[in-house]
Design a protein around this ligand. Structure first.
Ligand SMILES: Cc1cc2nc3c(=O)[nH]c(=O)nc-3n(C[C@H](O)[C@H](O)[C@H](O)COP(=O)(O)O)c2cc1C
Length: 208
């Protein structure tokens, strides 16, 4: 079996983490890179990520997440916050970075920048928010796969109050709102859900 499939079979949505264990800085760095390397529409990466380690903050987040214990037992909590607006200035900043990182003049890609700005300007605010959220979810997938490969446990979660998360983490003033969260750490021996069989549709049903 390929390594990626055995890693994905090993992983599960962890309900209770071992509070004695902390994910190493090196593994957190790998997870950050996996998130940052994810594909996004136009490459705009219209989200930012807060990595929470402070226990008092985790307690507050747990209260805003239907008291789910993943929040306080995890080593680190990744909070994906989607940009609520993709302004012309943001697109220009991104295109200037593109020009720098590719060592080309900005003028060479100005037309493309104008095209992206035009596309974003043609969408209403609700579309842009939903679109940013979708980009964050692509990164969520990258994080889950990378964590599995590292044998780091994780739980993707959308069972939380995003307005409360935004307040606790001061996201609103930054033009961000919580899209999805992923506590990571190591499974507790007491977490019974690690023994549950995976439930998935057979491939014949999934693939048409
Ligand atoms: C976007 C998303 C949101 C989820 N929200 C929660 C959650 O709030 N709490 C939780 O315990 N599990 C949550 N899950 C975990 C799913 O229930 C779990 O991934 C699914 O049942 C498949 O099981 P597996 O991940 O263990 O293979 C969420 C999963 C995803 C992808």
């Amino acid at each position: 079996m390929s390594n990626i499939i055995s890693a994905l079979e090993w992983r599960y949505a962890t309900k209770q983490f071992d509070t004695e264990r902390t994910v190493s800085d090196a593994d957190i760095e790998t997870l950050k890179n996996a998130i940052n390397l994810t594909a996004t529409s136009f490459g705009l990466q219209p989200f930012r990520v807060v990595v929470v380690t402070d226990q008092a903050t985790k307690e507050k987040l747990r209260a805003a997440a239907y008291d789910q214990q993943q929040l306080t037992t995890a080593s680190h909590v990744f909070v994906f916050a989607a940009k609520q607006d993709v302004s012309p200035e943001y697109v220009d900043g991104f295109m200037k970075m593109t020009a720098e990182q590719r060592s080309i003049p900005f003028e060479a890609i100005k037309g493309y920048a104008d095209y992206i700005k035009g596309t974003m300007a043609s969408k209403d605010a609700a579309f842009v928010k939903a679109w940013s959220n979708k980009q964050a979810y692509i990164a969520l997938g990258s994080l889950l796969a990378a964590a599995a490969e590292l044998k780091v446990d994780a739980c993707p979660m959308e069972g939380f109050d995003s307005a409360q998360f935004d307040e606790i983490l001061d996201l609103t003033e930054k033009g961000l709102s919580t899209a999805v969260i992923v506590p990571v750490g190591y499974r507790s021996a007491e977490d019974q859900s690690q023994h549950y069989a995976k439930v998935r549709f057979p491939l014949e049903e999934m693939f048409l």
